[in-house]
Design a protein around this ligand. Structure first.
Ligand code: HEM
Length: 424
């Protein structure tokens, strides 16, 4: 997620600026509307039932049903390149160097560039490769949760769910812990390239951040080449496919990708998962009695309250779908959050049920761009659940109502203060 989310968010803001026509009522799906952000599910239901493929209020297509979304994720006529409406496409036309970096990121590529880069990257962060990181993720969770023992209040998102993936990626790339805040800050600054409102000063800041990040990574790569270790950076340097391998620019861009993708998404997944368990005490009790259900609980949260609610595509050809024709060049929103609540695919879809048998959600997308960090995300989220259960079996939220982030592109709680106590 991450980059995908800001990419579509930037596109949305841009198309709003050109003043596309607006529809009214429930049909006006608007991922920035506060009521929709707070509870998108009634709108999704309406779309699935009345307009499963619809040109939305800002002139973009929305696809709401599970089967259609899955078909589009696998359809080679659906491009992942930014649409003509997007901020990033405009900056690319202006030949901005950071935009060139952004457009060479894996999630924004199509075959054949995408196929080649993904194959190399999968050798390093693919699901089969990351199992050995589990004990480290567990140890980092235990360390971050130490202040939360004996009922001391703590804030799940800021104190655990956000630092955990940064620490894990930092260790994977062998970045010295003291450098981590700075490296993360550069990567975060770069993110603004996708945003709608980058003025001259902000643009200069993000250009400098990309340069600093690149210089830093080039230095690190040179050092690792001189004295290789067992980390993922060295594996990336060595990753090869026949005679093909990543060049230095690709290594730097991949490091940027790993830093910016996944961190936010994991924080949202963890917040949504813990909140869902707090709202369904019988499910929490079940998990407490059977901690091996942690894996299933993570999957159910990915379905029930999907962190990446929307992924964006651009039609390369005219595509007939659901009685409509999506025209070549049109931007398309695939509503993963709606697909994952489709009663045609999941029984009783609005119920959070960690014992569900009909898995197969689209929380990590699907098809050629399916999340490459899924294995890592699963390990981290399970480590959080296990750590929370070990720290105290009675979980108390210290808020009555959740407050969600401002857009639906990445759905997650802003904060979740809570306390963990012993006992039932
Ligand atoms: C809970 C956490 C996460 C969620 C919900 C999530 C979700 C997603 C989704 C939905 C996509 C597909 C986007 C599309 O089709 O356009 C995606 C792609 C991707 N994710 Fe994740 N992600 C998570 C964590 C991570 C982590 C931890 C990493 C790596 C460190 C990561 C790396 C990637 C990459 C590299 C892609 C692009 C794959 C490609 O374009 O071929 N993700 N993610």
């Amino acid at each position: 997620m991450g980059i995908q989310a800001v990419k579509v968010a930037g596109q949305e803001a841009c198309s709003a600026a050109v003043g596309a026509p607006r529809a009214g009522g429930l049909s006006a799906f608007d991922p920035l509307d506060p009521a929709t952000v707070a509870d998108p599910f009634p709108r999704y239901r309406w779309l699935r039932e009345h307009a499963p493929v619809q040109r939305n209020a800002r002139g973009m297509w929305t696809v709401a049903r599970f089967d259609d979304v899955r078909r589009c994720l696998h359809d080679p006529r659906m491009s992942s390149r930014p649409s003509r409406f997007s901020v990033i496409a405009r900056r690319q036309r202006e030949a901005s160097p950071p935009a060139r970096v952004a457009c060479s990121l894996l999630p924004l590529l199509d075959p054949p560039e995408h196929t080649r880069l993904r194959r190399l990257l999968a050798q390093v962060i693919g699901e089969q490769r990351v199992g050995s990181l589990r004990p480290r993720a567990q140890a980092i969770v235990a360390e971050l949760l130490a202040p939360a023992r004996d009922g001391a209040p703590f804030e799940l998102i800021a104190e655990l769910a956000t630092p955990l993936p940064v620490r894990v990626i930092g260790e994977m790339l062998a970045i010295p812990p003291a450098d981590l805040p700075q490296v993360k800050a550069w990567a975060g600054e770069f993110f603004h390239i996708f945003g709608p409102a980058v003025d001259g000063a902000a643009y200069a800041r993000l250009s400098e951040a990309v340069e600093r990040f690149s210089d830093y990574m080039r230095g690190l790569i040179a050092a690792r080449r001189r004295s290789p270790g067992a980390d993922a950076l060295i594996a990336l340097i060595a990753a090869r496919d026949d005679e093909d391998r990543l060049d230095e620019h690709e290594l730097v861009v991949t490091a940027l990708l790993l830093f910016t993708n996944g961190e936010e998404a994991l924080a949202y997944l963890v917040g949504n998962l813990v909140w869902a368990l707090l709202q369904a005490p019988e499910q929490l009790a079940r998990l407490r009695g059977e901690p091996a259900l942690a894996r299933a609980a993570v999957e159910e949260a990915l379905r029930y309250d999907t962190p990446a609610q929307i992924v964006g595509r651009t039609a390369l050809h005219d595509i007939p779908l659901g009685g409509e024709t999506i025209r070549a060049g049109d931007p398309v929103y695939l509503l993963l959050g709606s697909a994952n609540r489709d009663p045609a695919r999941f029984a009783d879809p609005d119920r959070f049920d960690i014992g569900r048998r009909d898995s197969g959600h689209l929380g990590f997308g699907g098809g050629p761009h399916a999340c490459l960090g899924a294995g890592l995300a699963r390990i981290e989220a399970q480590a959080v659940l296990e750590g929370l259960l070990a720290a105290g079996s009675r979980w108390e939220p210290l808020i009555d109502r959740p407050e969600y982030r401002a857009t639906l592109f990445a759905r997650g709680l802003k904060r979740l203060p809570m306390a963990l106590r012993a006992g039932r």
